[in-house]
Ligand binder design. Structure first.
Ligand SMILES: Nc1ncnc2c1ncn2[C@@H]1O[C@H](COP(=O)(O)OP(=O)(O)OP(=O)(O)O)[C@@H](O)[C@H]1O
Ligand SMILES: [Mg+2]
Length: 280
């Protein structure tokens, strides 16, 4: 994970250099389209269903259009290769229940989960599920354009069976389980006995399950759930996340025994593949 630190240091230097060169090193200076999503023609590498301006955390999410540009596709494919292709016979098993978490809100966890899940399902013949485990600011329903009805909370509490909470998406073999509703707080929910049973059911039903986790430096939810998964990824927003914040996230997760398998550098601005960098 020290490579995360090195990469962030490099990014900071790039940011300083960009300012010195008269480029806009700040957020959204390129006409308000969001960093890292424009190519040299000023066109977005993402094709959003609605033209988006700058990210606003309070804005309602809109459904994601999963037709990715080739650079984004390639970058995520590389992440998939690093995760899925074991480097040797002694390598630990490929993680099948994978948590994804950021330090703070709005750094791109849900976006990363959704895009990576869409890549995984096209790459492998199996079934892939996204589980909304962020009960604080759930948005997987909006991103995938599905109903927000019963979901992970009901599954954990035994109030619903798996088939009742799994929803189809527009992508074949990619499924979503929304957060659901609970009278317990998220921490108590993830600490409850039902989690083990729910995770076993998910493992039996899907080849890969990606968990959209709440930001680690804001809530303890991810620290409770992630150790029960196979591994986790950290999402870093290239132009915003501060090094101490990432370090704190890493320490927090490692302290509770989470196997960290890498990080995703979201919204990277400059060269190709500009959107994401895998830093195992
Ligand atoms: N690489 C990107 N390019 C353009 N827009 C992005 C990118 N990544 C995220 N966004 C936008 O930024 C906003 C926040 O992203 P997202 O919802 O994925 O963050 P989050 O970490 O899940 O936030 P929260 O913790 O609040 O759930 C969204 O409007 C999303 O569309
Ligand atoms: Mg989110």
């Amino acid at each position: 994970m020290s490579r995360i630190y090195d990469a962030l240091k490099k990014l900071e230097a790039e940011r300083r250099g960009a300012k010195g060169n008269g480029h806009n090193g700040g957020n959204g200076g390129n006409g308000g389209s969001g960093n890292g999503k424009r190519n040299g023609n000023g066109r977005s590498r993402w094709r959003w269903r609605f033209g988006r301006t700058q990210r606003r955390e309070a804005e309602p999410r809109v459904a994601l259009d999963f037709r990715l540009g080739p650079e984004v596709e390639e970058a995520y494919q590389r992440l998939g290769t690093n995760l899925l292709v074991a480097p040797g016979p002694d390598a630990p098993p490929v993680p099948r229940l994978l948590g994804v978490a950021a330090s703070r809100h709005g750094e791109g966890t849900t976006t990363t989960v959704a895009v990576f899940a869409s890549i995984l399902v096209r790459r492998r013949s199996g079934r892939v599920a996204v589980v909304e485990a962020n009960l604080r600011t759930p948005s997987c329903d909006a991103v995938f354009g599905v109903a927000r009805n019963g979901g992970f909370a009901e599954l954990i509490e035994g109030r619903a069976e798996l088939p009742a909470v799994v929803q189809n998406t527009a992508i074949p073999n990619l499924f979503v389980i929304t957060s659901g509703q609970t009278a317990l707080g998220p921490s108590a929910l993830f600490d409850s006995d039902g989690v083990a049973v729910a995770l076993t059911k998910l493992r039996e039903a899907f080849d890969f399950v990606l968990f959209d986790l709440a930001p680690v430096n804001v809530y303890s939810d991810a620290s409770i759930l992630a150790p029960r998964l196979d591994a986790a990824l950290i999402v870093i927003e290239a132009d915003r996340t501060r090094i101490p914040d990432v370090e704190r996230t890493r320490r927090t997760l490692e302290r509770v025994g989470v196997r960290l398998v890498g990080s995703v550098l979201n919204r990277r601005r400059d060269y190709i593949p500009a959107f994401i960098e895998e830093l195992l």
